[in-house]
Design a binder for this molecule. Structure first.
Ligand code: MLT
Length: 404
């Protein structure tokens, strides 16, 4: 008799952004005249930069000729891309990372969901609360937690590190020492950042306790403050305790193109085994490489023209962040984030839950955001707006919210 993975049945409802999309589509169907502005999912709106388009065209042309055609990509990704990553993302920032420690993939969402596969099911997992749901849900699917606890509205057996206003939305060392620690900075959803000194404390903690930090740096391009690290490898000792996940989605607009990478230093070992070798085995077996044309597009992100164009793109989104932050603040909302990240985290008006506020904004302002409780219990009473819309839509959305 066929049985199913019953861990999936522990998950309540559908994936957060699928639930939101369904709700918004139903509302739009019932109100076809409404011009809805979507500041919910962190999806980019600016077109790919010219340097990237040019690289894509060139690579497509190469695929049309026998002499330059490419089939399967090398296991870890093309060297031209891995070398560009090493130079620009690591060497230039003073971090020691080698090209064969980079695993090119189709994006950070898949990597952040898949990385748990190389760890035993008996590991204790710690996540921030609120948290990007993928880290928690994939560990539930794998069976690394108990059941959903409807009283607590989270999963038994998972360690939740509360990120609240009173601790600056930063996690504190939990009472029970975790084996796997997921950290995302600049943070999704709160938009807050961690300083290098604060991150160093987590690195020291992980090394002392034998934990592994899975560090999601998908939003590093949005960092504007000097003391905020772009990579965990800027911290002393991170090579022996940290895996880093990177994305091209937000820094280069690849949400629909798909490209990312994972870094696992070779000296990172647990249980006597190199985690690099396990991920290499997994990657080789289950993944056949990001497309050649997309890896060429990724290389263009690091070209001088690409860098200049993307700096402007990021600045455009951060201009939106400022419009949201300042507009809401003036309107009396309590807001945070938006300085080193493209997310603004606001408190819902008194007595409104996150989902109440979602419905209120959708119905009264035709603006879509993301309810904080969708990211965890400590997200209740909060709401996330993304800066990834167009400038015009962002300004109009804030105008509409202010008039409520
Ligand atoms: C988000 O809105 O939190 C992210 O964009 C979703 C994702 O990257 O999967």
């Amino acid at each position: 008799m066929v049985t199913v993975n019953k861990n999936y049945m522990k998950l309540p409802g559908s994936y957060l952004f699928s639930t939101i999309a369904k709700k918004v589509n139903a509302y739009q169907k019932a109100h076809p005249e409404s011009r809805i502005i979507r500041l919910g999912i962190g999806d980019v709106t600016q077109p790919l930069a010219p340097a990237i388009i040019e690289a894509l065209h060139k690579a497509v042309e190469e695929m049309a000729h026998a002499e330059t055609f490419r089939g399967y990509a090398p296991d870890l990704g093309y060297e031209f891309l891995r070398n560009a990553i090493v130079k620009n993302d690591y060497k230039d920032r003073g971090c020691r990372i080698e090209a064969d420690e980079i695993f090119v993939s189709d994006g950070a969402k898949s990597d952040s969901g898949n990385i748990q596969e190389i760890f035993g099911l008996d590991n204790k997992v710690a996540v921030c609360d609120p948290v990007y749901p993928v880290y928690a849900d994939t560990n539930v699917m794998a069976g690394r937690t108990g059941d959903y606890n409807s009283a607590k509205e989270n999963f038994d057996g998972m360690i939740y590190m509360a990120c609240r206003e009173d601790n600056g939305f930063l996690p504190e060392f939990p009472a029970e020492v975790p084996d796997l620690i997921y950290l995302c900075f600049p943070n999704n959803p709160t938009g807050c950042a961690i300083t290098k000194d604060q991150l160093q404390k987590w690195v020291d903690y992980a090394n002392k306790n034998g934990s592994v930090i899975i560090y999601d740096a998908a939003y590093e391009a949005y960092i504007s403050q000097e003391d905020v690290p772009h990579s965990i490898y800027e911290c002393e000792g991170a090579r022996t305790c940290a895996i880093e996940l990177r994305s091209f989605s937000k820094n280069a607009g690849f949400t629909g193109v798909r490209l990312g990478f994972t870094v696992i230093p070779k000296e990172l070992k647990r249980d006597g085994v190199s985690l690099h070798s396990l991920w290499a085995r997994r990657h080789g077996t289950k993944f056949n490489g990001a497309p050649y044309i997309v890896q060429r597009a990724g290389e263009a992100v690091y070209s001088p023209e690409g860098k200049t164009q993307l700096k402007e793109q990021v600045a455009g989104y951060m201009r939106n962040a400022k419009v949201i932050y300042e507009g809401l603040k003036e309107a009396g909302y309590s807001v945070s984030g938006g300085v080193n990240a493209p997310y603004i985290w606001l408190k819902t008006p008194k007595v409104m839950t996150s989902w109440d506020f979602f419905d209120h904004l959708l119905e009264k302002a035709n603006v879509v955001g993301t309810p904080g409780s969708g990211f965890g219990t400590h997200g209740e009473g909060y709401f996330r707006l993304t800066a990834f819309g167009t400038y015009e839509n962002t300004a109009e959305a804030i105008d509409r919210i202010r008039k409520l």
